[in-house]
Structures are given as structure tokens and as C-alpha cells.
Design a protein around this ligand. Sequence first.
Ligand SMILES: [Zn+2]
Length: 698
Amino acid sequence: MTTPAITTAASTDFGPNNPFYSPSTLPFHAPPFDKIKDGDYQPAIEAGMAEQLKEIAAIAANPAAPTYDNTIVAMEKSGQLLNRSLTTFFNVAGANTNPTLQKVRSEIAPKLAAHRDAIYLNDKLYQRVAALYKQRGTLKLDPESQRLLKYYYDEFVHAGANLNETDKTALKKLNEQIASLSESFDSKLLAATKDGAFVTIDKSALAGLSDAEITAAAESAKGRKVDGYVIPLQNTTQQPTLGSLSNRSTRETIFQNSWGRSERGNANDTRDTISQIAQLRAQKAKLLGFPNFAAWSLENQMAKNPEAAISFMDALVPAATGRAATEAKDIQAVIDAQKGGFQLQPWDWDFYSDQVRKAKYDLDEEQTKPYFELNNVLENGVFYAATQLYGITFKERHDLPVYDPAMRVFEVFNADGSSLALFYTDYFKRDNKQGGAWMNNLVDQSKLFGLKPVVINVCNFAKPAPGEPALITSDDVRTMFHEFGHGLHGMFANTVYPTLSGANTARDFVEFPSQFNEYWAYEPTVFKHYARHYKTGALMPDELVAKIKKAHNFNAGYDITEVVAAAQLDMQWHTLPPTAPLQQPDQFEKLALEKKHLWISTVPPRYRSSYFAHIWGGGYAAGYYAYLWTQMLADDAYQWFVDNGGLTRANGDRLRKMVLSQGNTQDLETLYESWRGGKPTIAPMLKYRGLAPETGAK
Ligand SMILES: [Zn+2]
């Protein structure tokens, strides 16, 4: 094989003193957080890449004819050092980071990309995999092994391994051009977003903001060395302050700054960049034998092709926009009642919809929080629901090292008492933690290595003062159930190969178990078990419960319409044929949305083309639909439970056996449909998200 251009200089620092040098000796091979120092990661990761390349080179150069074991299983066994250092690194670099770890992350990113190319563009290795794939009918493999063979074969082909040398060179050049344009998009957008901040010296322009928000705006101004107040832009079209700013002209300015941030004709204008990316991606798809980029990208997803994703979204549009129109009417009524004398504009939406929300639902989080004490929600809610459904139980362990003292560790047991997994929580916000919430596997389950899963949930809940209880919001409760749903997908994994294990599934499937698990938060038997006042133990009053439920679907028309508009835009950019000329983004966007009945003056897309970082910079090109698709699956799955007796052990066990333990060991469409007994439909989504006519009516 050709030697990949990867230096391993840092690996000289790597030896038996490095905690990643050999597998962890802790129970479950849990990461030795008490021994790992910041400086240990990079040498381990780089040595891990070098080690895997050596292993791969040996597989490719094996003089023996390819067999499933000497090629596919051997590949699966390669890279263990790399895997154990990366799984721990990526969690800590997100959850407990510092400048050293950030530097490591940016330094290893291009090296990891090159490492992947060195494997998937290794022709000798590909020839072995392709030969096996051709003989697959005669290899007598079990279904999981068949799936793994297909997985590797598809990965190679997807990366261009079966192209001739001329085309490979062309592909490499396209990949480099796209990567450099994406990079340029990211840096332009970063600068454009920074420049788009709202700046004022007039405090009255900020009327409606809380004292804390005004202080933060003054701090932002100081940070930028300007007088007055600065409100920085967030990534989305709508901005969080628009819900409270009472000065209409401030709202309009902030909105226009957001909408036009990267279309100002200056050096940070991204429009030329994105049209070029779209065109190059279409050419790349053509080279790989696909009619457009989306077709190439969706080949290994549950939806399989853009048509499936598009027709699903088309079916959502009438209900979502219909509901949004009703919401707009409600808002206009408030504006008129206050003698506003103007037509609703997008910068008015949140400000008035908050008033509608208060008038209709009057949900005060301060009233509900005392019923949501964090540890109680976890043990008597999240864990309780899992025990009812799957029979699993939890026992806290205090003998395993953590990287923050507030973390908790539980051992999880099956109904028969056998040990299943370790589950870590890292729930509280810290300055050195990335925003949002997520689940990670610290150890991937696999029978190949005899490993049980170690899973962590990381969130950003407000940390209470010492000695005070952690009282969380109704959204936080939902987040806990959500992340634990990902956790179950990791913990129930019961597969031979780590590559196919647990949450290692397609983008348009992976959010299904988590969104589905959210449903149990408000299941009456579960809710009554945990939603108790932290002082008195009293149950939450029914009218408060009803308000939480209603508030959840409030504004659903707007929320789903803005996402579906962005997702349709994404799909239309990425279904352009390779022959299409360079597009004018504004014109393209307007026509694309008009065509889908989504050009609605009051409900702009969640991201405009020119600042849609998911699809031009991040990894979601032709994949933004996945957010809606997995909601549809979750709602459809919940409907199956409703139709089949609800929350029971039998139903839980069946889901575990047929779906949650299966990882990516089967075609995901077939997997879902076998469990469901048919294709998923959007009817439950419309019903449970407040878009169906009967729930949409006032
Ligand atoms: Zn999630």
C-alpha cells in the first residue's frame, strides 16, 4: 500500500505511563479519569492512528487470499488504541474543556480526516473487500456479518474507492475545493455574524430586556471596546431577545441584521461561496455515479433517497403552514387589540406570541420547578420509566473516577440481575462545557472484544447553590428523558461488532430512540411517580400539568414550518443536477420556497441559505430533514405503544429486542417496519405535535 503522509512525531512521548497505553483495568474498562492528564491525549491519539495504519497495511498486504476473518474482522479489530483514546477525548473536550484540549482538537481534526482517507482510499484493501463482497452469497455469513461486509464495502465505494485513477484524482481535487470553500464559508459567517450584532448607546432601545440581559449587553460592549450595549447575533434567523424587546424598531433592526448578515456585498458575503459549493457537490455526485449530491448522501440513510425525504416533508407542509396561519391570526388579534396599527412581521412574532402564550397557558416555571428536583426526576422518573418498560435497575457506584465532583455513576442491571452497563451523568452547566446536551459512549459495546457499554449523559442544567436542591424546568425534564433515550440505545446494544453497535446508526435514525423516550416524561403513571414537591412531597396539581402539556405544542405551526422550510431549502440545493449553472442564492431561495408553498412573509426559514452552517460548514448537507424524520418515527412509535397497551414490560422488551439492541445490524427501514408492522406515517406526528385539525382548533 502507499504509505500515507501522516507523521507520528508525537508518538515518541507515548509509552506505558500513558493511561491509554493499555486497556483500562477499571470495571467495564471505564476511563481512568483520575489518571488522565491533558497532555496524555494527543500522543495516544497519534500513536493510535499510526498503530491502526500499520494494522491496515498488514491486512492489505496479506499474501493469503481474502477471507471474512483476515480482512473484515481484522479491520474491525484494528484501531483499538485510537478508539479508546478518542471516545474519552471527545467527551472531555466537549464537557470539560480548556485551551490545551481545544488545541488538540483542532490539531487532530485534519489528521483524522487524512487517516480516514488513508484507509478508505487504500486500493489493495478495497480490492480485498470488493472480492469478498462479490462472493457474499457463498460466504455463509450470519446476518450481522453480512451487514458489516456491506457496511465496509459501501464506505469504500461511497468514498470513491472504485473509481479509476483519473477520476480518483478528480475526486480528490473536488474534495479539497469543497473543503476549502466550506472553511471559507465558516470563517466568513463567523465574521459576518459578529459584525451583525446590534449596537446602541441608547438604553431605551433595550426596553423589555431583563436587568441581567442589559448587564450582559453592556459586558458585550466592553468586550468589544465600544460604548453602550451590544446584542450579538445567534445562528438562527430569529433571535432570542425578540421575544422580550418592546421597541419595535429595535426588533426590526435586529431581525434585519440577522437575515442580511452574510449578504452585505462585503468580504463576508457568503453567496458566491455557497453557489460554488452546491455546484461542486453536484459534480462530485456525478463522478460517483449519482444524479445529484443528495442521492449520493442519502444512499446509506434510512430514507435511502431524496425523494422519500422530500415527499415526507411535502406532506407536512399543509398542516404546518395551516397551523402557523392560525397562530399568525391569534397574534394579529393581540396587535389589533393593543391598537398597534400594523401588520404582523417576522420580528413581531415572538414578542406577541409570548403574550398569547401567557394569556392562554400562563405557565410560570417558578411554579413548576419545585416539583422537578433533579435527582428525583432522574431516579423516580427517568429510571423508573425504564424499569417499568425494560425491567432494568440502577445502583449508584462511588468507586469509579469522574472528571467533575458533581458527576454520578450508576451500574445498570437487567431484570435477571445480570450486569448490563455503566451510566454516568454530568448534568450541570460549567464555564468549560459546550452548550446543549448530548450522550456519548465512553466504551462501545461489542461481543468481539467482550465489552459492555459505558454511556454518559451531559447536560447544561443550572447548578444550585451549595446545599440547595437542583430544581429544573419542564424543558430540562424533557431533555433528561431525551438524552437517556440515547443512553438506552447505547446500553441495550447487543451486537458482535463495535462499528454496528448502539447509536452508531444513520443520521436520520439516531434521534428516534431519544425523541421517543421523551414521551414517558408525561405518561401519567411515570409523572405521578416523580413530579412531587421537593419540600412537601405533594403531587403537582392537575391544572399545572395541563398547562405544561399545552405549552409544549404552543407555536408548533411556526416551529415546524421554519424547520421544514430550511430542510426543503437544503434538499433543493443538493438535488441540483451537475449541469445546473451557478445559482443566484436569493433568487434560488425564493423560487425554492415558493415551489414548496413555504415562502411566507411572517415565517422565514430557520436558517437562510447564506447562513445555513449545518449544510455548508457542518456535516448536515442534504441531511437537515433528519430532525423532522426522526420526530415522525418517534411519534409513530409512540402511537404503536398507545395502540398496543401502552407502557408495559412486554412492549418495552419487544422494542428493546427488535430495535434498541440492534444498532445498525440490519437495514434500518426494514428494522423499523418489522417492529412497527408497517411503514411509519405522519398522522401521529400531526396529532402529537399539535398540527392535526382537531388539536389545532382553538
Ligand atoms: Zn438527541
